[in-house]
Design a protein around this ligand. Sequence first.
Ligand SMILES: *Cc1c(COP(=O)(O)O)cnc(C)c1O
Length: 816
Amino acid sequence: MANPEINEIVESLKDDIQRHVALTLGSDPFPPRKGRYYLGLCYSVRDRLLGQWIETQRSYYDSITKRVYYMSLEFLPGRFLMNYIQALGLEEVCREAVRDFGLDLDELLEEEWNPGLGNGGLGRLASCYMDSMATCKIPGYGYGILYDYGIFYQTIVNGYQHEGCDNWLRQDSPWVLRRGHFMFRINFYGRSEAYEDSAGHERFRWVDTESVMAMACDIMVPGHQNGHVTNMRLWKAISTRDFELEHFNRGDYIGAVQAKVESENISKVLYPNDTSPRGKELRLRQQYFFVAATFQDILRRFRKNNYSSFDCFPDQVAVQLNDTHPAISIAELMRILVDEEALTWESAWSICQKTFSYTNHTVLPEALETWSVELIGRMLPRHLQIIFEINHRFLDDVGKRFPGRVDLLRSLSLVAEGDGKQVRMAHLAIVGSHTVNGVAELHSQILKTRLFKDFNALYPGKFTNVTNGITPRRWLMQANPSLAELITSVIGDEWIHDLSHLSELAAHADDPEFQQRWQEVRKRNKKLLARYVLRKLGVGINPATLFDMHIKRIHEYKRQILNVLHVITLYNRIRSESLEHHVPRTVFFAGKAAPGYFQAKLIIKLINSVAQAVNGDSAVGNDLRVVFLPNYCVSQAEKLIPAADLSEQISTAGMEASGTGNMKFALNGALTIGTLDGANIEIREVVGEDNFFLFGHTESDVHRLHSGGYDPVQIYESNIELKKALDMISTGFFSPEAPDLFRPIVDSLLAHGDYYLVLADYAKYVAEQGNVSKCYEDRPLWTRMSILNTANMGKFSSDRSIMEYARNIWNVSPLA
Ligand SMILES: *Cc1c(COP(=O)(O)O)cnc(C)c1O
C-alpha cells in the first residue's frame, strides 16, 4: 500500500493487535497464531467502536428524544467481526495488517462462533432491524436474553438429525460487554395481597416472592460508516444472595449453592421450537424475567429525565413486541403504574395502549401462544389478576357495543374456556397495543379478514402492514463481495445505504459485456461453494450445474417434501431416459428441525436417503446431485445464497407470514420458484412476473380446499409420476433396510388428508421446474432475469421497513 497515511493506520492497528495478544490475552505474540491473533484483532476493532458507542448513547441523553425499545426473545446476528470492520470502513486496513503477520483475514473470520440466540426468520429479522436502526440513526435499543446455549448444533448421523449443545460462550466472547454493576431484581411466585392505602383505596402488592437478578450484557450494533452505534442489551440471570442467608443459617452450604445455581437456569438455554413451546414453566419464566428487567431499565431512563408525570411516558417510550413472546409486558407495565406508581387504572391503561405495538408473525393456529391460567396464577399471581381485570373491562365494553353477542365475547376473550383455561397472548397483545402489524401484505390481510377479523371490526385502523426487509450490508455487501464490487463499479456505492439505487442496474440488463461480468461473479461464487461442500461433506459437485436451494427451518408448511418429490421425479426420468435434454442440477437442502417435531426430522432423514440413492447411482452421474448441509446458520446462509441460481419458496399459500430468505436470494440474483405466499407476492410484483417462476394454488384456493372436497388420493391415482415417487418412498426404495421407515410421510399425504396440499401443487410445480430448466439453458435470458431481480429489490431493504415503523408506528425521527 503506497498511501503513507494508510500505512500509519495499518501500523497502529498491528501494534494494537500485538498489545492485545500480550496484555489482554496474556499470550506470547510470537510466533503469530491464528486463534490468538483473531482475538487480538477483535479487541482492536472493538476499541475503535467503543468511542462511537459512548458518543451515540450520550447523544440520546442530550437530545431527550423518544426511544424505541425493540423487545425480542430472539436475535440471530451472525458473526460480528466483519460487520464491525466494514462499519468502520477498515476492511483494507485489516487485510493488510494481518497479512503482514502472515495471516489471512478471511481465515481469521472463520474463527468466530455464530451467536445462535434465535431459531430462524424471526430472530434474524430482529437483527436486520437492529442494523437498520443503527444505519438510519433511529434512537433505540434491542432487548433480549443472553442465553448460555443458543439454538442446538445440528449434525447428521446416518442421515438423522442429532442435536448438540451450542455452548457459544465457552470461550468468552469479545463482543459481550458484561455490566456486572448493573443488576435488577426480578420477582416470581408468591401471592398478591390486598391492602388499604392512606387515602382509603384498595390497592394490591405482590409479596412472598422468590427472586433472581438480571445482569445487563451489551453488544454493540454499528450503523454503516455513520459513527452511530446502537446498543443491544441482553439479560443474564444471576442468583440473589437471599439463598445464602436462608440456607447458611441452617448450616446447609451445598443447598445454598444448589439453589443459587438453579435460579440461574433462567437464561441457560434458548427454546428450540420455531413455533411456541407449550406450557413449559421455564419458558414463561424466561419471558417474564426478560420483560421485568427491560421495564426496570426503561423506567430508570425515564425517571432520569425528571418528568413530572407519567402522562408523557408514551412521548418518550415506544415498545415494539416482536411476536407475543414479550406480551406479558402489558400486564407488567400496568402493575408498575397502578401498584407502584399509584396511577388510576384508566390512566395506566391509556399509557399502555399508547406505548405498545405488536408484530404478529404467524397465522398457524398451533403457533399462537397461550399460557394456562393455572401456571400464570402460580408464577405471576398479580399479573393474572391484572389480565383478568383487562379482560373484564374489555368484554364489558364489547358487550355494550354488541349486546347479546355471546359468540363474539367468546371469540375475543383473552381467556379461552375449556378444560384448563388458557390466556391467549395474542389477544392480550392486541388489546394492549395501539397498532398491530403483519409482516407482508397478504399476511396482514389474512390477519384482518380471517384470524383477527372480529378484532379488526372492533378496532378499525389498528391493524396495519409493514413488509419485512433485510439489511443490504450483511446480505449483499458482506456476503457477496464480488457482486457488491461489480455493482459499485457500475452504479457507485450509494445502494449500501439506499437500496433503491439498485434500479440503475436495470439499464445494463441486456448489455452483453455487463452480463458477462455478472456471469463471472456468479461462477466464482459457485466454485467457492463447491469447494466448501467438498471440504465439509466430501461430496464433489459441479459448479456448471444449476444450483437449486431450499434452505430454511424444516417444517411441513414449507414443503421440503414437495421439492423431494420433484427430485425423485427427475431421478426417475433420468433413469428411464425419458428426458429430452436435461439441465444438470445440484439440489441443496439445509435447515434444522425442532427436536420434538417427529415429521420434520423424518423429512431430514428422507432427504439424506434420497441424496444417498441419487448420488450413488452411476446411471445419474453429473445430471443430478442432492446435498444436505448440516447446521444451517447465518454464516452458512452467507456462503450458500450468493451461489444460488434458484431459490425455493414453495410454502402452502397463506402459511408463510413473509419469509426473508426469499429476499436474500432475489437480492443476490437468484431466481425464485414460488407460490403466491408471504413476501413472494411483493417480490414478484417488483421483479416482474416474467422474472419469477410462479406455480400453485392461491391462498383463497387453499381456504376453499380446506373447507372440504379435497381428495389427495384421487390426485395420486391419476398422476403416474407422482404415484411412482410416492410408492418408492412408502415401499422402501430409499430405505431398503427399513421399508416402512418413511410410511408416516406418505400417510400424512394420502391417509391424513394432505393438510399442506403437497399433492394439489405437485403437477404445476414439476411443470414450472421444467420451465426453469428451459430458461436456464438460455444464458442471456437467464442472466437478464437475474440482473433484473437484483435491480428491483430496493424495496426489501430493512431500512425501508424500519423507516415505516418509525413514521407510522413509533412516531420517532432519525437523529440528525
Ligand atoms: C434468513 C434466515 C432464516 C429465514 O429464512 P426463511 O426462508 O425466510 O424461512 C432462517 N435462518 C437463517 C439462519 C437465516 O439467515
